[in-house]
Design a protein around this ligand. Structure first.
Ligand SMILES: [Zn+2]
Ligand SMILES: [Zn+2]
Length: 154
């Protein structure tokens, strides 16, 4: 146990340093590096659940007693602006956040709201098809599939 901890801690520290450097590279001078923002990015990368701002807030508020939901939203928007995370917007319901910034499709459970990344190749030809059809330059697209997840089908 002690041995494995000794191995794991340097790996975690290395991982944290990597995230910090990556953030610094993307940070424009207008934003100071922030510990809160770094923690938000670490948390998002540690899960595949595409959390809400509220989920992140609940995970962080013990570590940062002065944290408010406003702080969390502000930091999330900065990370989106910097291209470090993605935002999945749902109109009336809560936005969900995604550390996977490579273009990918999502499956969304209509019952419990679970969002799953799909290992489906992104159809780049679709951009050209639509570009031809509507005569506007399409640069990317986003597809969401809806249905019931495994847990909700049981
Ligand atoms: Zn479900
Ligand atoms: Zn995703």
């Amino acid at each position: 146990m002690v041995i494995s901890l000794l191995i794991i801690i340097p790996i975690i520290n290395k991982y944290k340093r990597k995230i910090k450097n990556e953030m610094k590279n993307k940070e424009k001078p207008k934003y100071r590096h922030s510990k809160q923002r770094q923690r938000i990015l670490e948390l998002l990368r540690s899960t595949e659940t595409h959390p809400t701002a509220n989920w992140l807030y609940n995970k962080l508020r013990n570590d940062f007693p002065n944290l408010s939901m406003g702080n969390v939203y502000r930091n999330l928007n900065i990370l989106v602006e910097q291209g470090l995370i993605g935002k999945i917007e749902f109109g009336s319901t809560f936005d969900r956040f995604d550390a996977n910034i490579h273009q990918h499709y999502h499956f969304i459970c209509e019952n419990c709201g679970e969002i799953i990344d799909l290992e489906l190749p992104v159809d780049k030809k679709l951009n050209d098809k639509v570009t031809k059809k509507i005569n506007l330059k399409v640069r990317s697209h986003n597809i969401q599939f809806y249905g019931l997840c495994d847990k909700c089908t049981e």
